[in-house]
Design a protein around this ligand. Sequence first.
Ligand code: ZN
Length: 679
Amino acid sequence: MKRIALCVLIACSGKPATTTPQPTGTNLDTEGMDRSVTPGEDFFAYANGGWLKTHEIPPDRASDGTGAKVFEETERRTAELIKTADSAPAGSEARKIGDFYASYMDEAGIEAKGITPLEPELKAIAAVTDERSLARALGATLRNDVDVLNNTKIATENLLGLWIAQDLDDPTQYVPFLLQGGLGMGARDYYVDDSPRMAEIRDKYKAHIATMLKLANIADPDDKAARIVELEKLIAQTHASALETQDVHKANNHWPRAEFAKRAPGLDWDAYFDAAGLAKQQMFVAWHPDAITKIAALVHSQPVATWRDYLTFHAIAKMAGALPKAFADENFAFRGTVLAGVEKQRDRWKRGVDVTSANLAEPVGKLYVARYFPPSEKARAEEMVKNELAAFAKRIDNLTWMTPATKQKAKAKLAALKVGVGYPDHWRDYSGLEIGRGDLYGNLKRASMFEYHYDLAKLGKPVDRSEWVMSPQTVDAVNLPAMIALNFPAAILQPPFFDPTRPVAMDYGSTGAVIGHEISHTFDDTGAEFDAAGKLANWWTPEDFKHFKASGELLAAQYDAYKPFPDLAVNGHQTLSENIADTAGLTVAYDAYRMSLGGADAPTVQGMTGDQQFFVSFAQTWRAKAREQVVRRQVLTDGHSPAQYRAATVRNVDAWYPAFHVEPGQALYLPADQRAHIW
Ligand SMILES: [Zn+2]
């Protein structure tokens, strides 16, 4: 973590320096700013231009910036905890962590085993000869590995993805959602886009598949690779777009088990669900009904032999990290270099820390918070949350366009929010997960099944609103609309995002904006469709909803106009939920920051007024540089806008204008009626 020496208080614009004790801690990075840029022309460059001009993305990263710095510091801390766990008593939970990491670092053992660990799985796939055994083999790959934290719910590499969560119609019940999947390159655009850039990536994918098959001694690798790519192209053509995927109304399709054969003929669903451990489940929700129907038809129409090759490749690819170096290197050459533009693979110990931390998420998290998240920091963050909830309630009261009836319902929803700070109230029990010191392949398989069965076991049980979906060592935060809950992991609550010893304006501009962002998701275009119980239900008067939608359209048009590349624009609707959360979150964080001062002026620090510190801190939170491949993928598939446009939402907040003397004619200037004042 780059700690910046405390600058002396400087009296700015003639105001006397305050006599308040000098704050200590992580200040803003003034050297990384570019004061030659006019804030109203390009605020991101004003706050970050010095850094942007000189900083190079390290060769082993796809992007770099403030978030990446915090991630690295968390990784360093986690690495220390994981390595120390090696000497924990045998049989303890901490020892599982040490043993898992040791199995990852046992490179000699992994090389010696070669592809032996993979053989039973390849043998089982080779035994697929008819549609029934094919359905069983496909069902055996079903996992709860959908990226549900992204609005666009990035598809799983397995043919379908499973997500067990509250029923949108009845949030007291868990239901299994089935999602489209089956693409080795993740997103449909890589398959259906005819541009030369994408055609070239497809050719490289085909070569990558052939190399992986060859490494595993599979016959006819080139022909098989060609057929696998063709099959994935057919699967991609069934997929809903990223934008359609976000529409919860299109997703809310209850399919009774008995109707699958009729609604999606072609796949032997009895065999599929039986192999997936879901034989007894009577109700499902088809998130992508059209894709599921068409994918089932492909299972019947495409040759069993092609499916067998497809399953073989994916069985190898998914476990590449647990196989000899040649597999991991080839996997990186395609996924790291071709898809993400990363030149150098990360050091093995770093990958080991990440994999251990992901597979033993809560045991590692327990050690993390005991060491790095003292009760005083939890209390400070909880106080910020409390202030922002109060500020949000006040904003609802003051909305001129909203009727009292809708206001009352909005406030009831705000009051129902369950906000988790740092770590969950209860820790999960990992005693059922067996970890072997010299068995990385087995450890990964068992950990994946452990997670899958943990989720399956929820079906039929009461919903637990205190459950977390993020580990405490995750540098991120999340809003769960059906759960009416927020998670703020301990790892995002650290410098330069959060530092209780520095001026409050900086913390509110950074962590405060993140807290505001997550609270605001409760009232973004999707969140606003869930009521105070987490049910998908309309609680708005028609006029209020119309006004709310119109404000959203203003923001969507703003983002449609942003072009990271001449041939590619941000999709204002695909990113609307996140942009609403950013805009409303920044507004509410600003209010909470002013409230926390109790009417006093914030001290001038580093030559900046309190308001200037607040907004610069916000823009520095979004400081980032990413490789072109990554930005393009994000624009195509992600619900979040690239960082510089997230920072640009300052133009929707009235207080930003006087703070930086922003005037008509400047690029970011918006007349008052064009600013998206959503909440
Ligand atoms: Zn968000």
